[in-house]
Structure formats: structure tokens, C-alpha cells
Design a protein around this ligand. Sequence first.
Ligand SMILES: [Zn+2]
Length: 312
Amino acid sequence: MPALLTHYCLALEVFGEDADEAAFVGSQGPDPFFFYGRLPWKKREDSKTVPSFGTLLHRIDPADFYAKLLMRASKSEDCAILKPYLEGLFLHYCLDRRAHPFIFYKSGQSTDPSKSHLYSISHMYYETFVDVLVARRYDLKKNPDECLELSEDKALAISRLFMETEEEAKIAGDLPLDAFSGGVKDYKTLERFLLSRHGVKKALITKVFGPASEPSALSYPSSVEKIPHIDFLNESHGLWRDPVSGEEHHTDFYELMKEAELDYASFKEAIDKAYEGEDVTSLLKGLTKGLNHDGTSEGALKTHFDLVWKVE
Ligand SMILES: [Zn+2]
């Protein structure tokens, strides 16, 4: 799921502010696929296939597919453009994997198809609060859409890499050539459209689309002080549980970001090895430990929750 500013802040921490723009867009992982063709005023032909591909990449243990991406990239004529993107992608995975169990515990999830949409809104909504708080801590001055700056040639090289790797791996339907680049463009446009500096536009968006709508949930709150009783980042170190295993934690969100940064160091070694020509499939499998972007194994049932607000 998005949490664009949080991923950007961690990338700043790990890569430094002078890093390649592809590393920052990479830190948004496969999330741009979610937004391909989703602008109501700009439809695209593959507006179902591409977002589903983004969902699939979040659901599966990505070791196999990401190993293929790495090995193909290392042999590509665009290898230098692709490497910072891939570093960002792995950092995104590391943070998703650490943060999602906490976010699911607080915002919920349902396997009931009639309810899953509301829970996904709850998840997005929660993440916007996390984003605003983390961005404030990092003193980030950028608007969300500015975190998605990417030149056309880089966007196309990354897009081509995904299309060709999917042709090889066949884990989903065929991707169009602009799946990634179009996703980044649409994500950027949407963020620009949803930006509500003073809350007026968010109020209007909520009025037009409804409170339980994606546009309203994705539009950043102008003030987090409106919900003072919710400890969105668990700064009080209260108990939370892994939604699948029930394992107890007291970590706060910044500690989860730190853990992700530490995890990333091993993935960075795998990236370098792939770029030296090594087959890194089994190495990556050892590092992901079967965990997807949600921090669980595919299909694992989440049963432990303590929701911060009523969803149904
Ligand atoms: Zn993600």
C-alpha cells in the first residue's frame, strides 16, 4: 500500500538526499502499479491487469520474481539506470514487511469480499496519518507528488524490465510496455490532485466521493491533531500483536523503520552479487523467508486485531 512519504523518508535516511531519483521512486516499490489507469478522467486500456499485478507482487513471496528482475537488469544495457531503482525496490519491500503487520493490527483486514474494500480504505487512511507524522519528524518539505520525480528514459527502462521479466516468469497477465511508467505518472497526477494544504479540498473530495472512498482515504489530512487520542506510531510502546501469529511486540514505528534498514543491508549484498553475475534466487529465498510485502506467508489468515476505529 502507498505510505509514500514514509517510504521516501526511509530512502532519504538510507541513500542520502543526493541519491538518484530512480532510488527514490524505487522506494515506492511496486505501488505505482496500483494507480495505473485509475484516474477517472484518464482511462487506460490495461487498468485492471496492471493494478492486479501490483497486488500480486505484494501477496506472493517475491524472492523468485525479484531474483529474475535483478539478474535480467544486471545484463541489460540499462543496468546502470536500473540498479538504483532496484535498491529502492528492496528497501520498499523491507519496510512493507516490517510495517504492515503493525498497520494491519491497527486498521484491520477482512477476507469477506463484501467487507474487504472498507478495510482497505481503513488501511490507506491509517497510512496517511503515519505519513504525515513521519514526514514531520524528518522535516520533509516535499509535496507527495514531488517524491515521484522520474525522467522519461529511466521510467521506460524500468517499465521494460518489468514487462520482460513478467514475460519470462508468467506470474500474471501480459503487461503493457508502459505499466510502470504509466503507473508512476498516474500516481503523481493523483497525488497532485488530492493534495489539500489546508483541508478544504480534502473536505470537498470527501463530500463528492464519500468518506469511505479511495480519494478521500488517500488525501492527506491537513492536521493530525484532530485525532489526538490515537497513538498512530505507537510512541507509547503499547502492546501490539502480529495479526497472524499473535506474537507480542512493543516496538514503535521508528523502530520498525530501523529494523527495515538493517534488513536491507543483506538485500543490498544480494543486489551486488546479482550485478556480479551470480544467480541469487536461493540467496533471496533465504532472505525473504517466505514472507510477502505484508510480512506474512501467502494466504496466512490474520486473526489478531485491535482496531483504532470502527470499520464496519
Ligand atoms: Zn508496497
